[in-house]
Write a protein that binds this ligand. Sequence first.
Ligand SMILES: [Zn+2]
Length: 447
Amino acid sequence: MEIHTVGGFSEVGKNMTVVKTGDDAIVIDAGVHLPAVIELQEEEEQYVAPTEKRLRSVGALPDDLILDKLGLRDKVRAILLGHAHLDHIGAIPYMGYRYKAPVVGTPFTIAVLKKIMEDNQIKIPNKIHSVKPNSSFTIRGKKRNYQAEFINITHSTIQTAMVALHTPEGVVLYSSDFKFDNNPIVGLPPNYDALKRIAKKGVKALIVNSLYSGDERKTPSEKIARALVEEVLLTVNNKKSAIFVSTFSSHIARLKSIVDFSKKLNREVYVIGRSMNKYISAANEIGMCPFRKDIQIGSYKKQVLSILKKVSKDRENSLVVCTGHQGEPGSILDRLARNKLPFQFKPNDNIIFSSKTIPVPISMANKEQMDKRLKKTGARLFDNVHVSGHCGREDIRDLLTLINPENIIPFHGSMQQLIPLVELAKEMGFRTGKECHLMQDGQRLKL
Ligand SMILES: [Zn+2]
């Protein structure tokens, strides 16, 4: 068995791993590098999808050209997707066509992928399959078949899966973004039984997320985030003022909490922004958007303008959920801050960030500039009304204890993120270079 680390082993983003076994290769995830994409973003209304060439030139796509050098491209029998975030699926519209292989993911992941392609007017020739969480897909190899199991796990978007690839040479468990959350608000809790069963069978290689492996914590449940949202919405004295909330468009559970408490305030809920519409529609299509009937969505320019004019006249009876929590240029909140939309913030209006600024220079700079503009209006800013969807060091320790794999391959980060995980593994008896393998993009590990 060989594991090829294509992307996400030298940076946070553009995740892509290839497992080669026998005459077959299986791709897991193909994402984009988000900071590079944010830099490319135009204003939402003039958005034009970038080309593959342009994305490659700024390093936004995983460098899968190495697969050609290794003669692996024609051996790829399936592309498996773990969850709906762009750093895991965003490269498929641009690179999928290069593989004669089906693309497989849970219904929400696939619905989001289809929306992205529709939105960018991109078509790929690959067959696309949805697999329910906690079920399997059969991959047809050259001489033998393989089972890919999509084990339900919790994260900041619904229907996230750990992917267990069963091969004659052993199980590869791809554990990318996750936390152990027994109260996820929307969707299923982690499937501990499946993880225990796989551990009993024996895991040859565990590819594991290192992003916050240096943070000594267990990441709290989404129910804590729900309580934080409740606290700000229901206890702050904001009766006559406008309320705007910004959060991750893909965070269906968080959106549900925001809508639930807005209803308690007897406010009309308007959700605006193109990406909000994309993820909410995808969730609704698969029957996982319990709040759809309680909101009005504005996606296109005309709808957004008309909603904001309405809200401007009826501030105390409205609540707006919008894009822009990272200060992304062209997002709704950014355009509001620049006075480019028909709504002006006044002193004591409330702007709630149910999010955390991603600690990369471009996001931090964008957010800081936007905050400065927003504060000038006299509005109140509530930052970090949020709980992460990513495992901390103690969640990872629990996973390593539960799975007890033969080999560990940390990913989802640069050295800064990978090394704390290597140290944790060492502390738990996995020797560096023997059982725990520190890899970079574009390398091969033979097991
Ligand atoms: Zn994610």
